[in-house]
Write a protein that binds this ligand. Sequence first.
Ligand SMILES: [Zn+2]
Length: 305
Amino acid sequence: MIMTVLGPIDPDELGFTLPHEHIMVDFAGATTAGPHRYDRDEVIRTMEPHLLAARDAGVQSFVDCSPMYLARDPVVLRELARRTGMNIVTNTGQYKEPYLPEQTFALSADVLADQWIAEWTDGIESTDVRPGFIKTAVNPEPLAATQQKVITAAALTSRATGMTIGTHTCRGVPALQILKILDRYGVAPRKWIFIHAHQESDIGLLKIVARSGCWIELDGIGSAPDATTLSALLQLLDAGFESQIMLSHDAGWYSVGEPGGGDVKPYTYLSTRFIPLLRDFGVGEESIRALTVTNPARAFAIDAV
Ligand SMILES: [Zn+2]
């Protein structure tokens, strides 16, 4: 199954999916961020038209990647899912320094995992909204101690719940290090998403990571130059990794603290611009379906444990 903010659905119901976007983000920091910093109705009013535009462009499902302490709001996401009819998926897990609360540095991986598993079991922040995957983040360099701990907690959570882990990773070197930690805890590479993989310019290294079997997410569509993403994508397709690649914008979002949420980047570039470009470069309909429908349905499927 896939766990949406309105409950579980069959992976076949997911359809055309954006696997990495944001409705709202607040970079104020873990001690400052919270619902007191924004007006839920204004966020919903501001973001609903952008989701509807995506829906009109063929998008059926939307994975929201804003983690706790960065304005993940289950109430806003649930209301937007109800209003737009789109499947919306949220997450448990934590980001990286400096967006972590003090307690994360003191707690063990086991205790962190227990907190995240409790969100899966009981719902997020006293709602009935349950997470659909585990979001984490590391720096582009070798992992700091806290990041190793957060990845370990994610591995424990994945083992206990069957949820997939997605990590803001950006580069091949930390990607390989993460895969090593996951392996130590018995989490298969197919349960891990290499987020922002388009930022790794060494295609050889990208292929080495892909050979593990993990998900490769090229999620800068519409902001990274098309030529760069296209070149990486075509090389990965040529190398036989079609069944491991996903595409998204990492767009949005209502920026908490800015008047009216600031400038919101739309969720439509992939459908209206990039996919036609793929067709121009000879990518067939079956491959496009794999990248946008089949792969997200497999990546976010929650295993029975
Ligand atoms: Zn993001």
